[in-house]
Design a protein around this ligand. Structure first.
Ligand code: NAP
Length: 477
Protein backbone atom coordinates (compact mmCIF):
# COMPACT_ATOMS: atom_id res chain seq x y z
CA UNK A 1 0.00 0.00 0.00
CA UNK A 2 1.48 3.35 -1.04
CA UNK A 3 1.24 5.88 1.82
CA UNK A 4 3.47 8.69 0.57
CA UNK A 5 2.62 11.51 -1.80
CA UNK A 6 3.78 11.81 -5.37
CA UNK A 7 5.66 14.99 -6.29
CA UNK A 8 7.79 15.24 -9.40
CA UNK A 9 7.99 11.46 -9.73
CA UNK A 10 9.27 11.00 -6.14
CA UNK A 11 7.39 9.40 -3.26
CA UNK A 12 7.51 12.12 -0.65
CA UNK A 13 6.74 12.68 3.06
CA UNK A 14 5.52 15.93 4.54
CA UNK A 15 8.43 18.30 5.18
CA UNK A 16 7.65 18.55 8.89
CA UNK A 17 7.04 14.80 9.05
CA UNK A 18 3.37 15.11 10.03
CA UNK A 19 0.87 12.42 9.10
CA UNK A 20 -2.90 11.97 9.08
CA UNK A 21 -4.71 8.73 9.90
CA UNK A 22 -6.86 6.89 7.38
CA UNK A 23 -9.50 4.85 9.22
CA UNK A 24 -11.90 2.15 8.17
CA UNK A 25 -15.40 3.63 8.72
CA UNK A 26 -16.80 0.16 9.37
CA UNK A 27 -14.46 -0.70 12.23
CA UNK A 28 -12.63 2.49 13.26
CA UNK A 29 -9.36 0.61 12.73
CA UNK A 30 -6.47 2.70 11.44
CA UNK A 31 -5.67 1.49 7.93
CA UNK A 32 -2.60 3.67 7.33
CA UNK A 33 -1.16 7.14 7.82
CA UNK A 34 -0.51 9.55 4.95
CA UNK A 35 1.51 12.78 4.82
CA UNK A 36 -0.04 15.91 6.24
CA UNK A 37 1.21 18.32 3.63
CA UNK A 38 0.69 22.05 3.41
CA UNK A 39 1.61 25.06 1.31
CA UNK A 40 5.29 24.34 0.69
CA UNK A 41 4.75 20.79 -0.60
CA UNK A 42 1.82 21.96 -2.72
CA UNK A 43 4.07 24.67 -4.16
CA UNK A 44 6.59 21.96 -5.05
CA UNK A 45 3.88 19.86 -6.70
CA UNK A 46 2.75 22.83 -8.79
CA UNK A 47 6.38 23.42 -9.77
CA UNK A 48 6.76 19.79 -10.82
CA UNK A 49 3.56 19.93 -12.90
CA UNK A 50 4.67 23.19 -14.46
CA UNK A 51 8.13 21.86 -15.32
CA UNK A 52 6.67 18.72 -16.91
CA UNK A 53 4.08 20.67 -18.88
CA UNK A 54 6.07 21.77 -21.96
CA UNK A 55 7.36 18.28 -22.80
CA UNK A 56 4.03 16.59 -22.10
CA UNK A 57 1.95 18.88 -24.28
CA UNK A 58 4.41 18.67 -27.17
CA UNK A 59 4.05 14.88 -27.41
CA UNK A 60 1.77 13.67 -30.19
CA UNK A 61 -1.80 13.15 -29.02
CA UNK A 62 -1.66 9.46 -29.91
CA UNK A 63 1.39 9.08 -27.71
CA UNK A 64 -0.35 10.69 -24.70
CA UNK A 65 -3.39 8.53 -25.37
CA UNK A 66 -1.26 5.39 -25.07
CA UNK A 67 -0.16 6.35 -21.56
CA UNK A 68 -3.74 7.09 -20.50
CA UNK A 69 -5.02 3.82 -21.93
CA UNK A 70 -2.19 1.94 -20.24
CA UNK A 71 -3.26 3.45 -16.92
CA UNK A 72 -6.79 2.21 -17.55
CA UNK A 73 -5.49 -1.30 -18.30
CA UNK A 74 -3.40 -1.35 -15.12
CA UNK A 75 -6.43 -0.34 -13.05
CA UNK A 76 -8.39 -3.23 -14.49
CA UNK A 77 -5.48 -5.62 -13.95
CA UNK A 78 -5.37 -4.61 -10.26
CA UNK A 79 -9.13 -4.26 -9.83
CA UNK A 80 -9.42 -6.67 -6.90
CA UNK A 81 -6.59 -5.08 -4.94
CA UNK A 82 -7.83 -1.54 -5.64
CA UNK A 83 -11.41 -2.45 -4.73
CA UNK A 84 -10.35 -3.92 -1.41
CA UNK A 85 -8.33 -0.82 -0.61
CA UNK A 86 -11.32 1.34 -1.46
CA UNK A 87 -13.66 -0.63 0.78
CA UNK A 88 -11.13 -0.43 3.62
CA UNK A 89 -10.97 3.36 3.54
CA UNK A 90 -14.45 4.23 2.25
CA UNK A 91 -16.71 1.44 3.49
CA UNK A 92 -18.74 0.66 0.34
CA UNK A 93 -19.49 -3.02 -0.33
CA UNK A 94 -16.69 -4.80 -2.17
CA UNK A 95 -18.86 -5.50 -5.24
CA UNK A 96 -19.62 -1.78 -5.55
CA UNK A 97 -15.94 -0.94 -5.13
CA UNK A 98 -15.09 -3.37 -7.96
CA UNK A 99 -17.77 -1.69 -10.06
CA UNK A 100 -16.26 1.70 -9.32
CA UNK A 101 -12.78 0.58 -10.44
CA UNK A 102 -14.21 -0.55 -13.80
CA UNK A 103 -16.19 2.69 -14.05
CA UNK A 104 -13.08 4.74 -13.16
CA UNK A 105 -10.98 2.91 -15.77
CA UNK A 106 -13.66 3.53 -18.41
CA UNK A 107 -13.14 7.31 -18.08
CA UNK A 108 -9.43 6.89 -18.82
CA UNK A 109 -10.17 4.68 -21.77
CA UNK A 110 -12.73 7.10 -23.14
CA UNK A 111 -10.47 10.14 -22.67
CA UNK A 112 -7.61 8.37 -24.45
CA UNK A 113 -9.83 7.99 -27.53
CA UNK A 114 -11.20 11.54 -27.35
CA UNK A 115 -7.68 12.94 -26.96
CA UNK A 116 -6.58 11.29 -30.22
CA UNK A 117 -9.36 13.07 -32.09
CA UNK A 118 -8.92 16.52 -30.58
CA UNK A 119 -8.71 18.55 -33.77
CA UNK A 120 -9.09 22.24 -34.55
CA UNK A 121 -10.97 23.91 -37.42
CA UNK A 122 -10.42 25.94 -40.55
CA UNK A 123 -13.23 28.46 -41.01
CA UNK A 124 -13.99 30.26 -44.32
CA UNK A 125 -12.42 33.71 -43.92
CA UNK A 126 -13.89 37.20 -44.28
CA UNK A 127 -11.44 38.25 -47.00
CA UNK A 128 -9.72 36.44 -49.91
CA UNK A 129 -6.27 37.17 -48.48
CA UNK A 130 -7.03 35.69 -45.08
CA UNK A 131 -7.45 32.27 -43.49
CA UNK A 132 -9.01 31.50 -40.11
CA UNK A 133 -7.45 28.69 -38.11
CA UNK A 134 -8.84 27.46 -34.80
CA UNK A 135 -6.43 25.58 -32.53
CA UNK A 136 -7.36 23.64 -29.42
CA UNK A 137 -4.52 23.67 -26.96
CA UNK A 138 -4.07 22.22 -23.47
CA UNK A 139 -5.01 24.63 -20.75
CA UNK A 140 -1.85 23.98 -18.67
CA UNK A 141 -1.50 22.88 -15.04
CA UNK A 142 -4.79 21.58 -13.64
CA UNK A 143 -5.69 21.37 -9.94
CA UNK A 144 -7.99 18.45 -9.16
CA UNK A 145 -9.86 18.32 -5.84
CA UNK A 146 -12.09 15.31 -5.21
CA UNK A 147 -14.54 13.89 -2.62
CA UNK A 148 -14.53 10.61 -0.68
CA UNK A 149 -17.70 9.02 -2.07
CA UNK A 150 -16.09 7.81 -5.33
CA UNK A 151 -12.38 7.80 -4.42
CA UNK A 152 -11.16 6.53 -7.82
CA UNK A 153 -13.74 7.57 -10.41
CA UNK A 154 -13.93 11.22 -9.38
CA UNK A 155 -10.20 11.45 -10.05
CA UNK A 156 -10.03 9.56 -13.35
CA UNK A 157 -12.89 11.41 -14.96
CA UNK A 158 -10.83 14.58 -14.55
CA UNK A 159 -7.32 13.20 -14.85
CA UNK A 160 -8.01 11.18 -18.03
CA UNK A 161 -9.16 14.09 -20.19
CA UNK A 162 -6.62 16.46 -18.62
CA UNK A 163 -3.71 14.18 -19.54
CA UNK A 164 -5.11 13.27 -22.94
CA UNK A 165 -5.51 16.97 -23.79
CA UNK A 166 -1.87 17.65 -22.80
CA UNK A 167 -2.34 19.10 -19.30
CA UNK A 168 -0.39 18.13 -16.20
CA UNK A 169 -2.06 17.77 -12.81
CA UNK A 170 -1.86 18.28 -9.06
CA UNK A 171 -4.44 16.12 -7.29
CA UNK A 172 -5.76 16.67 -3.78
CA UNK A 173 -7.93 13.69 -2.81
CA UNK A 174 -10.36 13.73 0.12
CA UNK A 175 -8.85 13.29 3.56
CA UNK A 176 -10.95 10.15 4.19
CA UNK A 177 -9.87 8.33 1.02
CA UNK A 178 -6.29 9.21 0.00
CA UNK A 179 -5.12 5.61 -0.43
CA UNK A 180 -7.09 4.99 -3.63
CA UNK A 181 -5.54 8.14 -5.09
CA UNK A 182 -2.01 7.14 -4.09
CA UNK A 183 -2.56 3.67 -5.57
CA UNK A 184 -3.54 5.38 -8.81
CA UNK A 185 -0.31 7.39 -8.59
CA UNK A 186 1.67 4.14 -8.37
CA UNK A 187 -0.04 2.85 -11.49
CA UNK A 188 0.67 6.15 -13.25
CA UNK A 189 4.38 5.57 -12.61
CA UNK A 190 4.11 1.97 -13.80
CA UNK A 191 2.30 3.18 -16.93
CA UNK A 192 5.43 5.22 -17.68
CA UNK A 193 3.96 8.69 -17.26
CA UNK A 194 6.90 11.11 -17.06
CA UNK A 195 7.81 12.58 -13.66
CA UNK A 196 5.70 15.60 -12.73
CA UNK A 197 2.81 14.89 -15.11
CA UNK A 198 0.74 13.53 -12.21
CA UNK A 199 1.32 14.84 -8.68
CA UNK A 200 -0.67 13.98 -5.56
CA UNK A 201 -0.68 15.86 -2.26
CA UNK A 202 -2.62 14.91 0.88
CA UNK A 203 -3.32 16.98 3.96
CA UNK A 204 -5.67 19.54 5.48
CA UNK A 205 -7.66 21.09 2.64
CA UNK A 206 -7.64 24.85 3.26
CA UNK A 207 -3.89 25.42 2.97
CA UNK A 208 -3.49 23.13 -0.03
CA UNK A 209 -6.51 24.76 -1.71
CA UNK A 210 -5.30 28.30 -1.04
CA UNK A 211 -1.83 27.50 -2.40
CA UNK A 212 -3.29 26.00 -5.57
CA UNK A 213 -5.55 29.00 -6.14
CA UNK A 214 -2.90 31.62 -5.38
CA UNK A 215 -0.35 30.26 -7.86
CA UNK A 216 -0.57 31.78 -11.32
CA UNK A 217 0.98 28.66 -12.86
CA UNK A 218 -2.25 26.75 -12.14
CA UNK A 219 -4.70 27.49 -14.96
CA UNK A 220 -7.70 25.37 -14.12
CA UNK A 221 -9.50 23.93 -11.11
CA UNK A 222 -11.69 20.90 -11.52
CA UNK A 223 -13.61 20.31 -8.30
CA UNK A 224 -16.10 17.69 -7.22
CA UNK A 225 -17.62 18.11 -3.79
CA UNK A 226 -20.17 20.05 -1.82
CA UNK A 227 -21.77 23.27 -3.00
CA UNK A 228 -20.51 25.13 0.09
CA UNK A 229 -16.86 24.27 -0.57
CA UNK A 230 -17.42 24.94 -4.29
CA UNK A 231 -18.41 28.50 -3.40
CA UNK A 232 -15.28 29.01 -1.29
CA UNK A 233 -13.08 27.72 -4.10
CA UNK A 234 -14.85 29.87 -6.70
CA UNK A 235 -14.11 32.96 -4.66
CA UNK A 236 -10.43 31.95 -4.39
CA UNK A 237 -10.29 31.15 -8.09
CA UNK A 238 -11.14 34.74 -8.93
CA UNK A 239 -7.53 35.81 -8.07
CA UNK A 240 -6.16 34.39 -11.30
CA UNK A 241 -9.51 33.99 -13.10
CA UNK A 242 -9.10 30.22 -13.24
CA UNK A 243 -11.10 28.12 -15.61
CA UNK A 244 -13.47 26.07 -13.46
CA UNK A 245 -15.40 22.82 -13.53
CA UNK A 246 -17.73 22.56 -10.54
CA UNK A 247 -19.40 19.20 -9.91
CA UNK A 248 -21.37 19.97 -6.75
CA UNK A 249 -24.18 18.62 -4.60
CA UNK A 250 -27.39 17.12 -5.92
CA UNK A 251 -30.92 16.53 -4.68
CA UNK A 252 -32.51 14.25 -7.23
CA UNK A 253 -36.27 13.89 -7.58
CA UNK A 254 -37.49 10.41 -8.53
CA UNK A 255 -40.95 10.65 -10.12
CA UNK A 256 -43.15 7.62 -10.67
CA UNK A 257 -46.20 8.22 -12.89
CA UNK A 258 -49.22 5.96 -12.64
CA UNK A 259 -48.51 4.44 -16.08
CA UNK A 260 -44.97 3.36 -15.11
CA UNK A 261 -43.65 -0.18 -15.11
CA UNK A 262 -43.67 -0.42 -11.32
CA UNK A 263 -41.39 -3.42 -11.05
CA UNK A 264 -38.76 -1.64 -13.12
CA UNK A 265 -39.24 1.63 -11.18
CA UNK A 266 -38.79 -0.15 -7.85
CA UNK A 267 -35.62 -1.96 -8.85
CA UNK A 268 -34.22 1.31 -10.27
CA UNK A 269 -35.20 3.09 -7.04
CA UNK A 270 -33.39 0.51 -4.95
CA UNK A 271 -30.12 0.83 -6.85
CA UNK A 272 -30.38 4.57 -7.31
CA UNK A 273 -31.20 5.33 -3.66
CA UNK A 274 -29.21 2.81 -1.65
CA UNK A 275 -25.99 2.38 -3.65
CA UNK A 276 -23.04 3.59 -1.56
CA UNK A 277 -25.51 3.82 1.39
CA UNK A 278 -27.16 6.78 -0.33
CA UNK A 279 -23.91 8.74 -0.44
CA UNK A 280 -23.88 9.60 -4.13
CA UNK A 281 -24.44 13.00 -5.68
CA UNK A 282 -26.98 11.63 -8.14
CA UNK A 283 -28.90 9.37 -5.77
CA UNK A 284 -32.66 9.78 -5.51
CA UNK A 285 -33.48 12.09 -2.62
CA UNK A 286 -37.18 12.83 -3.04
CA UNK A 287 -39.64 10.22 -4.26
CA UNK A 288 -42.71 11.75 -5.93
CA UNK A 289 -45.34 9.13 -6.65
CA UNK A 290 -48.65 9.65 -8.45
CA UNK A 291 -51.64 9.21 -6.14
CA UNK A 292 -53.20 6.28 -8.03
CA UNK A 293 -50.18 4.01 -7.47
CA UNK A 294 -48.85 5.52 -4.25
CA UNK A 295 -49.79 2.62 -1.96
CA UNK A 296 -48.78 -0.02 -4.50
CA UNK A 297 -45.36 1.60 -5.08
CA UNK A 298 -44.71 2.07 -1.36
CA UNK A 299 -45.57 -1.56 -0.63
CA UNK A 300 -43.26 -2.82 -3.36
CA UNK A 301 -40.45 -0.46 -2.33
CA UNK A 302 -40.74 -1.53 1.32
CA UNK A 303 -40.52 -5.17 0.27
CA UNK A 304 -37.44 -4.48 -1.88
CA UNK A 305 -35.75 -2.46 0.88
CA UNK A 306 -36.25 -5.45 3.18
CA UNK A 307 -33.86 -7.45 1.00
CA UNK A 308 -30.91 -5.10 1.66
CA UNK A 309 -28.18 -6.26 4.04
CA UNK A 310 -26.36 -3.77 6.22
CA UNK A 311 -22.80 -4.66 7.24
CA UNK A 312 -19.07 -4.37 6.78
CA UNK A 313 -18.36 -3.80 3.10
CA UNK A 314 -15.80 -6.59 3.16
CA UNK A 315 -18.34 -9.16 4.41
CA UNK A 316 -19.98 -11.45 1.88
CA UNK A 317 -23.53 -10.39 1.02
CA UNK A 318 -23.37 -6.82 2.35
CA UNK A 319 -25.34 -4.41 0.19
CA UNK A 320 -25.29 -1.32 2.44
CA UNK A 321 -22.06 -0.35 4.21
CA UNK A 322 -21.39 2.23 6.92
CA UNK A 323 -21.74 5.96 6.52
CA UNK A 324 -18.41 7.72 6.03
CA UNK A 325 -18.14 9.39 9.46
CA UNK A 326 -20.09 10.33 12.60
CA UNK A 327 -21.09 13.70 11.16
CA UNK A 328 -22.80 11.93 8.27
CA UNK A 329 -24.79 9.74 10.70
CA UNK A 330 -25.84 12.79 12.71
CA UNK A 331 -27.06 14.52 9.56
CA UNK A 332 -29.20 11.54 8.56
CA UNK A 333 -30.63 11.31 12.08
CA UNK A 334 -31.39 15.03 12.11
CA UNK A 335 -33.23 14.77 8.77
CA UNK A 336 -35.32 11.83 9.98
CA UNK A 337 -36.16 13.52 13.31
CA UNK A 338 -37.09 16.72 11.50
CA UNK A 339 -39.41 14.78 9.19
CA UNK A 340 -41.08 13.01 12.12
CA UNK A 341 -41.60 16.29 13.96
CA UNK A 342 -43.38 17.65 10.86
CA UNK A 343 -45.77 14.74 10.39
CA UNK A 344 -43.68 12.24 8.42
CA UNK A 345 -44.01 8.55 9.27
CA UNK A 346 -41.13 6.09 9.37
CA UNK A 347 -42.39 3.15 7.36
CA UNK A 348 -39.14 1.14 7.32
CA UNK A 349 -35.86 1.68 9.23
CA UNK A 350 -35.40 5.09 10.80
CA UNK A 351 -32.65 4.03 13.23
CA UNK A 352 -29.01 3.05 13.51
CA UNK A 353 -28.08 -0.60 13.11
CA UNK A 354 -25.71 -1.77 15.83
CA UNK A 355 -23.47 -4.61 14.66
CA UNK A 356 -21.22 -6.51 17.01
CA UNK A 357 -17.55 -5.63 16.76
CA UNK A 358 -18.21 -2.83 14.26
CA UNK A 359 -18.33 0.95 14.54
CA UNK A 360 -21.62 2.65 15.42
CA UNK A 361 -21.94 4.15 11.96
CA UNK A 362 -24.51 1.99 10.19
CA UNK A 363 -27.96 3.33 9.39
CA UNK A 364 -30.91 1.18 8.39
CA UNK A 365 -32.30 1.65 4.87
CA UNK A 366 -35.28 3.89 5.57
CA UNK A 367 -38.56 4.91 3.97
CA UNK A 368 -40.37 8.01 5.23
CA UNK A 369 -43.96 8.43 4.16
CA UNK A 370 -45.71 11.78 3.91
CA UNK A 371 -42.82 14.07 2.95
CA UNK A 372 -43.75 17.76 2.74
CA UNK A 373 -41.96 20.82 1.38
CA UNK A 374 -41.29 22.03 4.91
CA UNK A 375 -39.04 19.10 5.71
CA UNK A 376 -35.24 19.24 5.49
CA UNK A 377 -35.48 16.02 3.48
CA UNK A 378 -37.26 17.98 0.77
CA UNK A 379 -34.72 20.84 0.73
CA UNK A 380 -31.30 19.41 1.58
CA UNK A 381 -29.09 16.63 0.31
CA UNK A 382 -29.37 13.88 2.97
CA UNK A 383 -26.41 11.77 1.77
CA UNK A 384 -27.70 8.68 3.52
CA UNK A 385 -29.99 5.65 2.99
CA UNK A 386 -33.28 7.51 3.46
CA UNK A 387 -36.09 7.48 0.89
CA UNK A 388 -38.75 10.12 1.62
CA UNK A 389 -41.95 9.73 -0.38
CA UNK A 390 -44.85 12.07 -1.19
CA UNK A 391 -47.88 11.77 -3.45
CA UNK A 392 -48.76 14.06 -6.37
CA UNK A 393 -51.88 14.38 -8.52
CA UNK A 394 -50.82 15.28 -12.06
CA UNK A 395 -47.85 15.88 -14.37
CA UNK A 396 -47.75 19.65 -13.85
CA UNK A 397 -47.60 19.22 -10.09
CA UNK A 398 -44.86 16.58 -10.37
CA UNK A 399 -42.69 18.89 -12.48
CA UNK A 400 -43.29 21.83 -10.17
CA UNK A 401 -42.34 19.77 -7.09
CA UNK A 402 -39.30 18.30 -8.83
CA UNK A 403 -38.00 21.69 -9.89
CA UNK A 404 -38.61 23.24 -6.47
CA UNK A 405 -34.96 22.89 -5.48
CA UNK A 406 -31.84 25.00 -5.67
CA UNK A 407 -30.00 21.93 -6.98
CA UNK A 408 -30.01 20.68 -10.57
CA UNK A 409 -27.80 17.62 -10.98
CA UNK A 410 -29.75 14.39 -11.61
CA UNK A 411 -33.46 13.63 -11.87
CA UNK A 412 -35.43 10.49 -12.65
CA UNK A 413 -38.90 9.70 -13.86
CA UNK A 414 -40.78 6.58 -14.90
CA UNK A 415 -43.59 6.45 -17.44
CA UNK A 416 -44.64 4.38 -20.45
CA UNK A 417 -46.14 7.38 -22.27
CA UNK A 418 -43.70 8.48 -25.02
CA UNK A 419 -45.13 12.00 -25.33
CA UNK A 420 -44.93 12.53 -21.59
CA UNK A 421 -41.38 11.23 -21.67
CA UNK A 422 -40.25 14.08 -23.93
CA UNK A 423 -42.39 16.73 -22.18
CA UNK A 424 -41.09 15.89 -18.71
CA UNK A 425 -37.46 15.43 -19.83
CA UNK A 426 -37.57 18.91 -21.35
CA UNK A 427 -39.23 20.49 -18.32
CA UNK A 428 -36.91 19.14 -15.63
CA UNK A 429 -34.25 21.69 -14.62
CA UNK A 430 -31.50 19.13 -14.20
CA UNK A 431 -28.29 18.39 -16.08
CA UNK A 432 -29.01 14.65 -16.08
CA UNK A 433 -32.41 13.05 -16.65
CA UNK A 434 -32.91 9.33 -16.16
CA UNK A 435 -36.09 8.61 -18.15
CA UNK A 436 -37.02 5.05 -17.15
CA UNK A 437 -33.37 4.73 -16.10
CA UNK A 438 -31.99 4.79 -12.56
CA UNK A 439 -28.32 4.47 -13.55
CA UNK A 440 -27.48 7.06 -16.21
CA UNK A 441 -23.76 7.62 -15.47
CA UNK A 442 -21.37 6.49 -18.17
CA UNK A 443 -18.12 7.76 -19.69
CA UNK A 444 -19.82 8.32 -23.06
CA UNK A 445 -22.31 10.91 -21.78
CA UNK A 446 -21.94 14.48 -20.49
CA UNK A 447 -22.31 14.40 -16.70
CA UNK A 448 -22.89 17.64 -14.81
CA UNK A 449 -25.33 19.97 -13.18
CA UNK A 450 -27.22 23.23 -13.33
CA UNK A 451 -28.10 25.82 -10.66
CA UNK A 452 -26.35 25.13 -7.32
CA UNK A 453 -25.12 21.76 -8.60
CA UNK A 454 -22.46 23.63 -10.55
CA UNK A 455 -21.29 23.70 -14.15
CA UNK A 456 -18.99 21.94 -16.56
CA UNK A 457 -19.44 18.49 -18.07
CA UNK A 458 -17.45 15.31 -17.49
CA UNK A 459 -17.68 12.49 -20.01
CA UNK A 460 -18.70 12.46 -23.64
CA UNK A 461 -16.78 14.57 -26.13
CA UNK A 462 -17.82 17.60 -24.06
CA UNK A 463 -15.22 16.87 -21.40
CA UNK A 464 -12.31 17.80 -23.67
CA UNK A 465 -13.60 21.39 -23.77
CA UNK A 466 -12.95 21.59 -20.02
CA UNK A 467 -9.21 21.06 -20.49
CA UNK A 468 -8.52 23.00 -23.67
CA UNK A 469 -8.23 26.62 -24.75
CA UNK A 470 -9.62 27.61 -28.11
CA UNK A 471 -7.15 29.81 -29.96
CA UNK A 472 -8.00 31.67 -33.15
CA UNK A 473 -5.24 32.42 -35.64
CA UNK A 474 -6.09 35.03 -38.26
CA UNK A 475 -3.68 34.28 -41.10
CA UNK A 476 -3.00 37.03 -43.61
CA UNK A 477 -1.61 35.65 -46.87
P1 NAP B 1 -16.49 18.43 0.40
O1 NAP B 1 -16.50 18.53 1.88
O2 NAP B 1 -16.90 19.61 -0.38
O3 NAP B 1 -15.01 17.98 0.02
C1 NAP B 1 -14.63 17.74 -1.31
C2 NAP B 1 -13.14 17.97 -1.44
O4 NAP B 1 -12.86 19.34 -1.19
C3 NAP B 1 -12.30 17.18 -0.44
O5 NAP B 1 -11.10 16.79 -1.04
C4 NAP B 1 -12.05 18.20 0.65
O6 NAP B 1 -10.92 17.93 1.41
C5 NAP B 1 -11.86 19.44 -0.20
N1 NAP B 1 -12.00 20.69 0.53
C6 NAP B 1 -12.80 20.98 1.58
N2 NAP B 1 -12.62 22.26 1.96
C7 NAP B 1 -11.69 22.79 1.15
C8 NAP B 1 -11.07 24.06 1.02
N3 NAP B 1 -11.38 25.07 1.83
N4 NAP B 1 -10.15 24.24 0.05
C9 NAP B 1 -9.82 23.24 -0.79
N5 NAP B 1 -10.38 22.01 -0.73
C10 NAP B 1 -11.31 21.79 0.21
O7 NAP B 1 -17.40 17.25 -0.12
P2 NAP B 1 -17.43 15.74 0.38
O8 NAP B 1 -18.15 15.69 1.67
O9 NAP B 1 -16.07 15.15 0.29
O10 NAP B 1 -18.30 15.07 -0.78
C11 NAP B 1 -19.67 15.06 -0.77
C12 NAP B 1 -20.24 16.13 -1.68
O11 NAP B 1 -19.72 15.98 -2.99
C13 NAP B 1 -21.74 16.01 -1.82
O12 NAP B 1 -22.33 17.28 -1.77
C14 NAP B 1 -21.92 15.39 -3.20
O13 NAP B 1 -23.15 15.65 -3.79
C15 NAP B 1 -20.80 16.01 -3.94
N6 NAP B 1 -20.47 15.23 -5.13
C16 NAP B 1 -20.78 15.75 -6.35
C17 NAP B 1 -20.52 15.02 -7.51
C18 NAP B 1 -20.85 15.58 -8.86
O14 NAP B 1 -20.36 15.03 -9.85
N7 NAP B 1 -21.63 16.63 -8.98
C19 NAP B 1 -19.93 13.76 -7.41
C20 NAP B 1 -19.62 13.25 -6.15
C21 NAP B 1 -19.89 14.02 -5.01
P3 NAP B 1 -11.02 17.13 2.80
O15 NAP B 1 -11.54 15.79 2.47
O16 NAP B 1 -9.62 17.09 3.26
O17 NAP B 1 -11.94 17.89 3.69
Amino acid sequence: MQTRCLIGGEWTDARAGGTLPVTNPATDAEVARVPSMGGSETFDAIGAAWNASAAWKSRPAADRARFVRRLSELMLRDADRLARLMTLEQGKPLAEARGEIAYAASFLDWAAEEGRRLGGEIIPASAPNKRILVLRQPIGVVAIITPWNFPAAMITRKLGPALAAGCTAVIKPAEETPLSALALGELAIEAGLPAGVVNIVTGPPAEIGETLLADARVRKLSFTGSTDVGRVLMRGASQHLLRLSMELGGHAPFIVFDDADLEHAVSAALACKFRNAGQTCICANRFLVQAGIYEDFLGRLAQAVGTLRVGDGLAEGTTVGPLINDEAVHKVEAHVEDAQSKGGTVMVGGRRVRLEGLADRFYAPTIIEGMTREMRLFREETFGPVAPVMAFEDEAQAIELANDSEFGLASYFFTKDASRLIRVAEALEYGIVGANDGAPSTAQAPFGGMKHSGFGREGGHFVMDEYTEVKYVSWGL
